[in-house]
Each structure stands twice: as structure tokens, then as C-alpha cells.
Design a protein around this ligand. Structure first.
Ligand SMILES: *Cc1c(COP(=O)(O)O)cnc(C)c1O
Length: 224
């Protein structure tokens, strides 16, 4: 494990960078949510972030989140937790219990089961649809060409609370092209939320209209 970084200082620096990028783009900084991605990190790094007043967090695995967050949510009840990693249908009920937002809705079967689970429990969890903007075979996400139909299924047929789109651009390509594509797809389909940008490119994502950025390393330091 690397030595614990100064989490409060890192958070403040990331927020300042978001504000600068927003102002340069003629946007209001408060229109951009910073998801602190705490995957792999323990309470020793998460609690300092919570103590600054930060409340928006992201995790990529259901099981890991279940081990860390119920106790933290009891202590900090206004936490909002986003699932940003792939969701298997056998963990879906647990994900709906714990998470406030699921950003990785990416296939009809999952969408149908989510809709059933929300109807059964009465718990509404905001959804983002993950788009495979780079059309990478190994990557999750609906292909851009299939997106309009998928949105129709999720939003109109299943009545899921679809808030926007999410993407993880290919590592070896210019992220701006993917951010621009995601923004275009959202606009064409009447969606407002855009979850895009990570430690290396969140400022560019803000320029291209991100309403949520997902930042891990720049806040919590490197992962083991
Ligand atoms: C881990 C992860 C992030 C954060 O990545 P960093 O480069 O550490 O900021 C963002 N989005 C997703 C989907 C992730 O899995």
C-alpha cells in the first residue's frame, strides 16, 4: 500500500479543477457532480473524504460495496452511492438495496430485471445507460447504433428512471471524441445526464458537458 495521501487536499484540488474547467466552458461548477471512486480503498481513506463533507461516491463491485458502505451510510446517511461497474443479474436485488444510482445498465435482460425489482420493492434507483462508444468487443455497454431502441425499452416500456448516459472511452484513443459522441447521443435522445471523465481526463469531460465525473486515483491515490 502506498502511504495515505492527503485526501482532503486532493478532493479540494479536483473540485478546483472542475470549477476552472466549468467556468472556461461557460458552465456552472455546481452543475457537475464529482463521484469519488473509492473502489479497493478502505475506511482509512474513505472517512477523511466523508469528513470534508463529500457525499457522492462510486464503487464498481456489489460485494465490495456491501462490505464497506452499510456501516458508513449509517454514520453519514446522506451519502449517495453510484454503481459504476458491471452488474450481474444474480446481484441485482442487492445492488438495488444498497446503491442510489446504477450507471451500468447495458442490456435488455438487466433492464427488465431492474424494472421488476423496483416494482417489487418500491425502491427507485436512478439509472444511467452505459454506451460502448469505442465499440470495443471486450467492453460492456450498448453500441451507439442500438442505443435509441434500448432507451425506448428502458424509459418508455419499462419506465425506469433513466437520467442519462455513461461511457468509459478506450484507453488508447482521444477521450474528447468519445465525450463528444456521448453528448451527441444524449442530446438526440432527450437525456440530460452525462457520466464521463476519470482522473486523467475529467477536465476535458467537463468541457464536453459532463454532469458527473468519476475520479478515483486523483483523490485516493493509487490502487493496489
Ligand atoms: C475505477 C473507475 C474510475 C476511476 O478511475 P481513476 O482513473 O482512478 O480516476 C472511473 N470510472 C470507472 C467506471 C471506474 O471503474
Amino acid at each position: 500500500m502506498s502511504p495515505t495521501p492527503d485526501i482532503a487536499e486532493n478532493l479540494a484540488a479536483v473540485k478546483a479543477e472542475i470549477a476552472t474547467a466549468a467556468e472556461e466552458a461557460g458552465r456552472r461548477p455546481e452543475d457537475i457532480g464529482l463521484i469519488a471512486v473509492s473502489k479497493t480503498h478502505g475506511q482509512d481513506r474513505i472517512i477523511p473524504a466523508l469528513e470534508t463533507g463529500h457525499r457522492l461516491f462510486g464503487e464498481n463491485r456489489v460485494q465490495e460495496a456491501e462490505e464497506k458502505w452499510p456501516a458508513l451510510k449509517e454514520r453519514f446517511p446522506d451519502v449517495r452511492l453510484h454503481l459504476i461497474g458491471p452488474l450481474q443479474t444474480n446481484k441485482l436485488a442487492r445492488a438495488v438495496q444498497l446503491f442510489d444510482v446504477i450507471e451500468t445498465v447495458d442490456r435488455p435482460k438487466l433492464a427488465r430485471k431492474l424494472s421488476e425489482e423496483m416494482a417489487k420493492t418500491g425502491r427507485r434507483v436512478d439509472c444511467y445507460l452505459q454506451v460502448n462508444t469505442g465499440e470495443e468487443p471486450q467492453k460492456a455497454g450498448v453500441l451507439p447504433a442500438d442505443l435509441a431502441d434500448f432507451i425506448h425499452l428502458c424509459r418508455d416500456e419499462l419506465q425506469l428512471p433513466v437520467k442519462g448516459l455513461m461511457a468509459i472511452p478506450p484507453v488508447d484513443e482521444e477521450p474528447a471524441l468519445h465525450f463528444a459522441l456521448l453528448r451527441k447521443l444524449a442530446k438526440e435522445n432527450g437525456l440530460e445526464g452525462l457520466s464521463m471523465g476519470m482522473s486523467g481526463d475529467f477536465d476535458i469531460a467537463v468541457t464536453f458537458g459532463a454532469t458527473l465525473v468519476r475520479v478515483g486515483t486523483a483523490i485516493f491515490g493509487g490502487r493496489p
